[in-house]
Design a protein around this ligand. Structure first.
Ligand code: SF4
Length: 523
């Protein structure tokens, strides 16, 4: 069987993938056995190029994907393992990756992951030590042969991960859609080569995603998400309980209408999924990624129906326009097809020209920019003075260092809600702190879970939506995540972030290639 990499690079190739959500409990248990049986039925069907296995999807604890994947690899099935950052810190992930690579798995889908919602004797603590972009960098570094920290000068054998990522393009606001596009580009720059989008039933939005990727020259193979709904699942998605997944009022109404039929809407839902597959092929996606709970026969039915639609995909796409009132599109609507015309809309361009924002830009942001450009940026006029000052402080009594740290906190706590992480990302996120208000500590762009601009977990505006608006006020929003990958150094927690900046110890200094000065070890 061809590998996923080979399949995706075949000219005109179109990959068929199925998503398998693992069950709770032992694989030998009833639900585990049922999933195992479906997985092996899919593996025996040559139309399925890839079986993609989730990692504690929805934040619920489930059987690890590797357990199911091992038996599939034994029968020659190509699999991809989802790897999320919510339950593991970077060391746990790296260790797990050595195991995954040693077991012969190569296709990894790198995700930040859904916020945990359950656990033994209470809800589990979320980890989010790194985010999806940090994970992609880790995978890339492993592929390059990482320096062996225990053997100076030595390198570990390179892995050969084929790195995948996700993008959530079915969003409502400009401040959600555009950051998703930019973050996709960042993931690809960090090493992702393939990916798929979040569930959605809007062909114009999917067309726009592909056209944006083409126009921006982002070298990624995208597989389109296809999902088999039921009336019950449509209700859950519509309620907003699944992060990043949206069922519009119109689609819910259709699900309710057809769901009242004798077959509970099955033929309608299969038809919609088949149209999604056919439209994905017609639009130029590199494949279709079929999700939903169904027996093998339903997968078969969806693919057969999609094959029947074939060249009629454009007509079929007219039935996949379930968007929401006020939904943002970067590109205009093609009047003939109802799809994307690939040209930036005049209203969008005008709003850029006028630097018009939907959220108010606070005065403290403008002041913070000025302060950064004057003092904290590596090329700021007062940066050398700050460096000299903090070098002297390093040699001063601890009480003086603590006093300076207190002064810093007195300024940063009221202004930014600083949590004293010591490795400051304020300049990376337009002076919004990621530690408190971001439940997943996303330092490289927004996760896919926002609910019409709000955080997936808290009822506050997503920090990256705020940052987008602030930067747009200066015509800089396209630079939102254009910097190097940010990975926080936890050794700096509780130490002075200003000292760490001036003395070259934080991530921004590492990115500028500045030498690290002696570590401040105590609070
Ligand atoms: S030092 Fe850390 S916690 Fe404090 S403002 Fe900066 S990013 Fe937030």
């Amino acid at each position: 069987m061809s590998t996923l990499r080979e399949k995706l690079t075949e000219p005109g190739g179109f990959v068929i993938a199925a998503e398998l959500v693992t069950s709770r409990g032992l694989l030998s248990q009833h639900t585990g056995r049922a999933l195992h049986e479906i997985a092996h039925q899919l593996a025996s069907d040559p139309r399925f190029d890839l079986l993609s296995i989730t990692d504690n999807a929805g934040g619920n604890v489930m059987l690890s994907p590797e357990t199911l994947a091992r038996s599939l690899v034994e029968v020659g099935q190509e699999v991809s393992i989802h790897l999320a950052c919510k339950d593991w810190n970077r060391n746990g992930i790296e260790s797990r990756l050595w195991e995954i690579a040693s077991d012969g798995f190569h296709n990894i889908l790198a995700l930040s992951g859904d916020y945990p919602v359950a656990g033994h004797e209470g809800v589990a603590a979320p980890v989010f030590d790194i985010d999806s972009v940090g994970l992609i960098k880790l995978l890339s570094d492993m592929n390059a042969g990482m320096l062996d920290s225990r053997a100076p000068g030595g390198r570990l054998d390179p892995t050969s991960f084929f790195i995948g990522c996700a993008v959530t393009n079915h969003k409502l606001h400009e401040r959600e859609v555009m950051p998703q596009y930019f973050k996709l580009a960042k993931k690809v720059a960090a090493g992702a080569e393939w990916g798929f989008n979040q569930i959605g039933w809007n062909a114009r939005k999917d067309d726009e995603l592909l056209k944006w990727v083409g126009a921006a020259g982002v070298p990624v193979k995208l597989i389109a998400n296809v999902y088999l709904l039921t009336r019950g699942v449509a209700r859950v998605f519509h309620s907003g309980k699944v992060p990043g997944v949206v069922v519009s009022d119109e689609l819910l109404a259709a699900a309710e209408r057809y769901g009242a039929d004798a077959d509970k809407g099955r033929s309608f839902f299969v038809d919609v999924a088949a149209k999604q597959v056919a439209v994905a092929r017609g639009l130029g996606f590199s494949g279709a990624y079929i999700g939903g709970h169904m027996p093998f026969e339903t997968y078969d039915e969806i693919l057969n129906r999609a094959a029947q639609i074939g060249d009629g995909w454009l007509d079929a796409s007219r039935d996949l326009h379930y968007d929401r009132p006020g939904e943002f599109y970067l590109f205009g609507r093609d009047q003939e097809t109802g799809l994307s015309d690939g040209r930036e809309r005049a209203e969008y361009l005008e709003s850029r020209r006028r630097r018009q924002t939907d959220l108010k830009v606070p005065a403290r942001y403008r002041a913070s920019r000025l302060m950064h450009e004057t003092v904290f940026a590596q090329d700021a006029p007062l940066f050398p003075l700050g460096t000299r000052l903090y070098r002297r402080l390093e040699e001063s009594p601890r009480s003086l260092q603590r006093a300076a740290h207190l002064v810093e906190q007195a300024a940063k706590v009221p202004m930014f809600g600083c949590q004293d992480c010591g490795d400051c990302s304020l300049p990376d996120i337009a002076y919004v702190c990621p530690e408190g208000p971001c439940a997943k500590n996303q330092r490289n762009g927004p996760c896919g879970g926002t609910r019409d601009g709000l955080c997936e977990v808290y009822d506050s505006e997503c920090i990256w939506a705020q940052a987008y608006e602030r930067l747009k006020a200066y015509g800089e929003e396209r630079e939102l995540v254009s910097g190097p990958v940010v990975i926080k150094d936890n050794a700096l927690r509780g130490t002075s972030a200003w000292a760490n900046t001036f003395l070259g110890r934080d991530h921004s200094s590492r990115q500028h290639g500045n030498p690290t000065e002696s570590k401040e070890t105590a609070k």
